[in-house]
Design a protein around this ligand. Sequence first.
Ligand SMILES: [Zn+2]
Length: 260
Amino acid sequence: MNRRRFIESTALLSMGLGMQSFIEKNKTHILTLSFDDGFKKSFYKIAEIHEAYGLKACLNVIAMGHEKGYVNDAFIRKETLGNFDDWNTLKRRGHEVMPHSWDHKNLTEIPLDEAKENLDTCLDYFEKNLIGYKPEKAIYNFAYNASNQELDEYALKRVRAIRTGGWLVFRDTKYHDIPSPKSNRLRLGCRSYGPDICDAHIESEIQDFLSGKGGWLILNLHGLDQEGWGPLSTSYLDSLLKRLVKVKNLDILPAGEVLS
Ligand SMILES: [Zn+2]
């Protein structure tokens, strides 16, 4: 079966990435495993695995996934999604929870005014319901990593950074430069892979990254095992983090923390 789809495009946007790293001097590589959608079972498990290795998970959730009116996506079924009691619990445990759309619409496929309103509704909801949410530190993660320049600019009026499709090509590398604390209003590119289990692909992306000079790699993931588009297997995530925490020049951080 060859239904695999590899999302990749290239984007170049100069948003003032700095050269200097606040990360410990010996850390040349930063990896962010950016998990989307808000699958209750998977997200608790992802958090637990990260905690076992002293790490914080990067979790991005659909704001109204638990509300009446959520329309099931082929890969994101309402009964599998958590709510803000779950997200506040995970945040209290030290994990990062960020917005991943209001209702998972592809905002590039609806009228611009409607898309902007959708974005505002999502961010208003986060401000009201996620304890300790700070817009100036938030990253808006576009559904399907689908956006355009107008949407990027609109979202960046309300959040520190956006995560969307494609790479931000900087210094002729496919990885992000590690941002300085002064960098803001950033457009972060990422890759995702599916719809089948993505273990092998992630392994090769990371091997490739680690064998290079360094930078910041953001891989967009979803649920574990049976949950979501392009899931990662639980056993692979556990063995991956177990190995990666021993890599001396690598930090594994949620995206907001890299920018903090
Ligand atoms: Zn999604």
